[in-house]
Ligand binder design. Structure first.
Ligand SMILES: [Zn+2]
Length: 273
């Protein structure tokens, strides 16, 4: 995912910096099939007396107010039901909504997935614990985000996902260049790092293993049987191709030629049998 920006010029107060961020407050837009970008345009330059830092839909994330600044998303002239969380110390995240076949406000699964991704980033960046990720409802008792107020279990599932190292769902094919040769590999981009399936290295002649006891994967140059004629004798030697050069084990070559090999004090001693 990627965070796009379309910042409002009017619907915010200048904040004291990102050190102010202690809470993340989740909202819904109460619209039917709106887009994240459309919301940032709505708040862009006309005074709406409201705003949020981020809008999330099923395809994208758009930022409306800088994190260091204060958006107007959970303030009230009425009663606060949370002791500490206010606009001044929080980030507001709005999920775009739609009306489902039962006539209820709902979120697309992809929108929730994208919100999980975004909130995890923000929690990590500003060291916000999951207990400080709140619904607007928890702050002022407004029924927002409605699908997460109507169904408490959905909210709990959402917050549970924030602390999980989620299994990566999708990988994509990428070209992997090993010693100048191109191979196809499964790549996953997660937290701005590239992850490659270690088995991809098998194509390039590496032996990939896994020790079920230590649970440590291994990767090594694969020993192959390489046919070699040595002193007129044909034999299959244990060899490996390193950067395009065939290398054989001394032991197999010596055995083919009728020599023995010993390793003493770091020296290799070859003796005719
Ligand atoms: Zn709200």
């Amino acid at each position: 995912m990627y965070i796009n920006k379309n910042l409002t010029t009017v619907n915010y107060n200048t904040g004291s910096g990102v050190g102010r961020i202690k809470y993340i407050v989740i909202h819904y837009t109460a619209n039917n099939g709106d887009t994240a970008y459309g919301n940032t345009n709505y708040f862009k330059s006309v005074n709406r007396n409201a705003s949020a830092h981020y809008f999330v839909d099923e395809k994208s994330i758009w930022q409306c107010v800088e994190d260091k600044d204060i958006a107007w998303h959970c303030g009230t002239s009425g009663t606060y039901f949370h002791k500490y969380c206010r606009n001044s110390n929080s980030i507001g995240v709005e999920l775009c909504s739609y009306i489902n076949s039962k006539g209820q406000y709902d979120f697309r699964q992809e929108t929730v997935d994208n919100a999980v991704w975004l909130v995890k980033q923000l929690m990590d960046k500003y060291k916000v614990c999951v207990e400080n990720v709140l619904r607007h409802f928890d702050v002022t008792h407004k029924r927002c985000p409605e699908p997460f107020v109507r169904d408490e279990i959905r909210w709990r599932n959402f917050t549970a996902r924030l602390t999980l190292q989620e299994k990566i769902k999708m990988s994509e094919k990428t070209n992997l260049n090993i010693n100048g040769k191109i191979y196809s590999a499964d790549r996953i981009l997660e937290n701005d790092s590239n992850f490659i399936n270690i088995r991809s290295f098998e194509q390039a002649g590496f032996k990939v293993g896994y020790d079920p006891v230590t649970k440590i994967p291994s990767i090594e140059n694969k020993l192959e049987k390489i046919p070699v004629i040595a002193c007129g004798i044909l034999g299959n030697l244990e060899g490996v191709n390193i950067n395009g050069t065939n290398v054989v084990t001394i032991r197999s070559l010596a055995a083919l030629l009728g020599y023995t090999v010993d390793y003493i004090d770091g020296n290799i001693i070859i003796t005719k049998q």
